[in-house]
Design a protein around this ligand. Structure first.
Ligand SMILES: [Fe+2]
Ligand SMILES: [Fe+2]
Length: 332
């Protein structure tokens, strides 16, 4: 696992480096930004210039890195906007390329979006990053529309990886797929998918030692975690790309239909269909992902548990939609 941008930010306050997964660096497409490689040191690791902005990222370099077992290069914060606009362009090209396999399209979407979310957690104030979140959401919706079976390929990898960042990708992909099942590809779906992707962005304000804790949280720590929907709203409100529906999802994704959710204990009539989808998928992903303190449940077992034990707090009609799109086949 690469260190998180947050860790890097703490260790080297002068420069923040964002991980750039190798899969996002398409060779010969004009990657005009500096790329760094992480070199282990006694104190941790340092970042050494691997390719300067004036050189292209070549196929030879890519092969050499694969041979060395390198999976990530790094981009300095000052270059994050150029890196992500490069990624936006090249992801679009891969997705439109008819000879790319479903697995290649799935891996590209997944790894790129997770890297983007990780960078956004470090820099939630960056308009460039938020704008790229928007274009990645659009790529995802277009790709799912062009090939509905892509969802299964994506979902098959969900249990393998859990981090705050990959969780965001799982929730946005599955949430968008359910919403598309109900309302096609209206503009509203894109706005909701932004909310799904950024639903936990407020956790970037919660201290890492609380988020990483694997033992029971104290009451004070629990309260701090439960502030993340409100932190999220205040972080995202200034961004024009995050509309009212996305803000509402960020604010209400932990509310429950029985009125016992947080932070506002809202009654069910205040919970939109998009918010209900976010809660549903959020819980499903938590149950079906491997965590430090528990192994992943099988998709079918998670859906059964949600149906039998959570009917008072979750929307059962939407659960049926989710079962429909995940099909009889298991998530694993
Ligand atoms: Fe949350
Ligand atoms: Fe979540």
């Amino acid at each position: 696992m690469p260190p998180t941008s947050l860790q890097i930010a703490t260790e080297r306050e002068e420069t923040i480096y964002h991980p750039a997964p190798l899969i996002t660096l398409q060779p010969g497409r004009g990657a005009h930004f500096d790329l760094f490689i992480a070199v282990p040191t006694r104190a941790g690791q340092k970042y050494v210039l691997y390719k300067s902005a004036d050189l292209d990222f070549s196929e030879t370099k890519r092969v050499e890195l694969i041979d060395r077992g390198v999976k990530f290069l790094y981009v300095a914060d000052a270059d994050a906007a150029s890196y992500f606009s490069f990624v936006d362009r090249t992801v679009g090209e891969v997705l439109r390329n008819e000879s790319a396999t479903r697995e290649e399209r799935s891996a590209m979407l997944y790894k790129t979006t997770a890297a983007l979310v990780q960078a956004t957690f470090t820099r939630p104030d960056s308009p460039g990053l938020i704008k790229t979140n928007r274009t990645m959401v659009e790529h995802t919706i277009q790709a799912l529309e062009a090939d509905p079976m892509l969802l299964r390929t994506l979902a098959a990898t969900f249990a393998l990886d859990y981090s705050l960042y990959s969780h965001a990708v799982h929730v946005s992909t599955l949430g968008a797929a359910i919403l598309m099942e109900i309302m096609g590809t209206e503009a509203r779906v894109k706005e909701a998918a932004m909310g799904f992707l950024l639903h936990d962005i407020g956790k970037s304000r919660v201290p890492m030692q609380i988020l990483r804790k694997t033992t029971i949280l104290t009451q004070g720590e629990m309260k701090e975690v439960e502030r993340h929907p409100e932190y999220g709203v205040s972080l995202m409100k200034p961004h024009i790309e995050v509309g009212p529906l996305a803000l509402e999802i960020i604010h209400t994704h932990h509310e429950k239909l029985d009125g016992r959710g947080y932070p506002r204990r809202l009654p069910p009539e205040r919970l939109s269909i998009e918010t209900r989808i976010c809660s549903l998928v959020d819980i499903y992903d938590a149950l079906t992902s491997n965590r430090v303190y528990k192994p992943a449940m099988r998709g079918i077992d998670a859906l059964t548990l949600m149906r039998d034990k959570m009917y008072a707090e979750l929307d059962m009609g939407l659960l049926k939609e989710m079962i429909k799109i995940l099909g009889p086949r298991d998530k694993k």
